[in-house]
Ligand binder design. Sequence first.
Ligand SMILES: [Fe+2]
Ligand SMILES: [Fe+2]
Length: 363
Amino acid sequence: MKSRWKVLIADDEPNNLRLMGQILKNHYQLSFATGGVMALEVARKINPDIILLDIMMPDMDGYEVCTHLKADPETAGTPVIFVSAMGEGEDELRGFDAGCVDYITKPVSAPIVMSRIKTHLTLFDTHRKLEEMVEQRTGQLSRAVQKLEKYSLETIHRLTRAAEYKDEDTFLHILRMSHYSVAVAKQMGLDEKETNSILHAAPMHDLGKIGVPDSILLKPGKLTAEEWEIMKQHTLIGGEILSGSEAEYVKLGETIALTHHEKWDGSGYPKGLTGHDIPLAGRIVAIADVFDALTSKRPYKDPFSIEKSFAIISEGSGNHFDPDVVDAFFAVKDEILSIKEKANSQAESDFRHYSKAGPGTNL
Ligand SMILES: [Fe+2]
Ligand SMILES: [Fe+2]
């Protein structure tokens, strides 16, 4: 408890002020107000720890003063005790309605005044300490949750990088395609939480390639039919690795791993899903993934020009790709190109940044 609590006493009758002053002066730091308006002014100025408030005052009665005090965030928490000759039950109720914590009737008795004030200051103090503690603990908790989320994202991103490490240009592929996916998702009206999930889940789309032999994964020429069947397994392997998680990002990563090679007309793999049976995230990532593959160098091909790549995406509308997603993609094509530019020109610094924070930043 504080050594010197501030007590404000408001009463229009000088004798009452004097009497209260006598009772309390050796124990508290006192301020006085001779009316309701003055009581409000002094309360706002000195921020007392407790207020003793007369009810019948000519300029503004105690109920109104108390209502004003409770409406002002600066003084709302300050306990108010009404001190009044009116001892009727109805008046007391009105006082509590106005927000007072207690009621003392005149003529006052010194021991009662002292003990009521002490009780309410102790309560007030405990309440304030509890509030401070809750605020502090809430802050600690939310920082811990943020850290935990950051670390779990980092783990996911490092896992993704480990899986794709042998694949040339993979880091930039992931960086670009995850941001392309976000740009398209935003254009399609997904909210920030959903686009954020896509940002962190899209990099996991090819996680299953960890289970594909290097001889197939890194083969410079065309794959045989048999090799191609093995290559297609990367969707199922990725789904398997990511299955059963409770984490939103991982669950979405599983969905994307399983569906990013499905095609709108049902000719994709692994399940041959059609149209809206393919989850939206899978339909979005499909375009981002293909566009980036088209515009990038791969073991089996040189990069296609932007124009040719756009034309291929456009031709894929309604067969390979969801037409709505294609429309959204072209609506943000400037942004797509600027992501591509930035990713390529800032590759080095992004790489360093990505190593720390994942792909969700810096572009
Ligand atoms: Fe894939
Ligand atoms: Fe990919």
